[in-house]
Design a binder for this molecule. Structure first.
Ligand code: APR
Length: 253
């Protein structure tokens, strides 16, 4: 086990001890806010140990925590794995705010502004994005196309169309293609950092646990086979999606 992981493990144990002391000191064990923090910390420690156990291929574990000045508020802000020189990172957040070289849009076949991620990206990028998209002749399911980022922080948007979930064996193939083709396009354009939303798990109805397993496996395999990409960040819109992806990351074959 790398020394940094041992060290991190110790820090987490210390924080847990401190958290419980704080709760006892203040006799606030029934304080719902403190209890919630304590439970969150327990979930975090379990997750850390699960991911740590799964790190059997020399893949390093990454866990970023946010504390307040008193070390009392504890949040997991990112969790991830290193695959060779690249990093897979999971965060809770808004895809439109990412400063990666590219953000990925969960688009429709016309590449028209829709609802969900697509609506949010088009609103944040401004009308120039649709002007550019409408000239691309649409995009087939599983394929990807690239445009500029317009008013976004990201210089590029990679548009990919996920499958509408049907429960058929084609679903994971098409979903995996979205991630592979988006990464391939990023590589071809010399991009090093890319942020994905959870493709197909909103309006297209793909169950998030199944989608997370497909997405992470596709990205991990791609990074193991290609060099050039430094960071793949999954930007999850809810804490529950974040936990599902974290759990899938820990189970990656
Ligand atoms: N940042 C990150 N994730 C977001 C954001 C955001 N700003 N907004 C929504 N999400 C999440 C959703 O909560 C869901 O978990 O992204 C995931 C994907 O949801 P959708 O945007 O509905 O994408 P998808 O299921 O692939 O459906 C695509 O929706 O908007 C239309 O035109 C689009 O027809 C296409 C379909």
């Amino acid at each position: 086990m790398p020394e940094s992981v041992n060290h991190l493990s110790q820090i987490i144990e210390e924080m847990r001890a401190r958290m419980h002391d704080t709760a006892l000191d203040k006799q606030t064990l029934v304080d719902p806010e403190l209890l919630e923090k304590s439970r969150k910390l327990d979930r975090l420690i379990n997750l850390y140990h699960r991911i740590n156990r799964s790190g059997s291929r020399g893949e390093e574990i990454i866990l970023e925590l946010t504390l307040d000045q008193n070390m009392e508020v504890i949040e997991m802000s990112a969790v991830g794995k290193k695959i060779g020189a690249a990093k897979i990172e999971l965060v809770v957040g808004d895809i439109t705010l990412q400063d990666t070289d590219a953000i990925v849009n969960a688009a429709n076949n016309r590449l028209a502004p829709g609802g969900g991620v697509s609506g949010a990206i088009h609103r944040a990028a401004g009308p120039g994005l649709w002007e550019e998209c409408r000239k691309l002749g649409g995009c087939a399911t599983g394929e990807a196309k690239i445009t500029g980022g317009h008013n976004l922080k990201a210089r590029h948007v990679i548009h990919t169309v996920g499958p509408v979930y049907s429960g058929s064996p084609g679903d994971p193939v098409q979903l995996g293609n979205c991630y592979r083709n988006s990464l391939q396009l990023a590589l071809q354009n010399g991009l090093k950092t890319i942020a994905f939303p959870s493709i197909s798990t909103g309006i297209f109805g793909y169950p998030v646990d199944k989608a997370a397993a497909v997405a992470l496996q596709a990205v991990r395999d791609f990074l193991a086979q290609h060099s050039g990409i430094e960071l793949v960040r999954f930007v999850l819109f809810s804490e529950s999606d974040f936990e599902v992806y974290s759990s899938a990351l820990s189970k990656l074959a």
